[in-house]
Write a protein that binds this ligand. Structure first.
Ligand SMILES: CC(C)(COP(=O)(O)OP(=O)(O)OC[C@H]1O[C@@H](n2cnc3c(N)ncnc32)[C@H](O)[C@@H]1OP(=O)(O)O)[C@@H](O)C(=O)NCCC(=O)NCCS
Length: 112
């Protein structure tokens, strides 16, 4: 989906690969398909290393990176269901925007 302008990185703690993150990088928004300009598209911490602060640290690093590009809001979304990451995102500062994406996922925002 190149029109989503994917930017992606493996996440390491020293030599240890702990996760993966992908953003839409300053993408022209075209809702409900394309949410932007700064959209956290994927965030995955290896199951073995969850609950150790990596997710929070990855969000903090992403915030630092996109702020340096002039971003004012970081958006993301999640699907409802068992073990959905909504409580995690709320815990690290995201709030609902009231919108949903094309898959019916709840869109949330972090003011930078
Ligand atoms: C969601 C996910 C990224 C969180 O990463 P993590 O490294 O386990 O989270 P952290 O250890 O950094 O937790 C940060 C804080 O959020 C809290 N938290 C984490 N998951 C939570 C949950 N499901 N409900 C409530 N609070 C949660 C932690 O208690 C912690 O609180 P604290 O900083 O006050 O101690 C990770 O569990 C994951 O990869 N899940 C599977 C994939 C996924 O759902 N990705 C997101 C959608 S693409």
């Amino acid at each position: 989906m190149p029109e989503g302008k994917p930017w992606y990185r493996a996440v390491f703690d020293a030599e240890l690969a702990v996760g993966f993150v992908m953003l839409s990088w300053n993408v022209p928004p075209n809702p409900p398909e394309i949410i932007g300009p700064w959209y956290l598209w994927k965030l995955i911490v290896d199951r073995r290393y969850q609950g150790r602060g990596y997710g929070r640290a990855i969000i903090a690093k992403v915030v630092e990176i996109v702020r340096a590009e002039g971003a004012e809001t970081l958006l993301t979304s999640y699907a409802l269901g068992p073990d959905n990451p909504g409580p995690f995102y709320q815990h690290v500062g995201f709030s609902p925007t009231g919108d949903v994406n094309i898959d019916g996922e709840i869109i949330i925002a972090l003011k930078l």
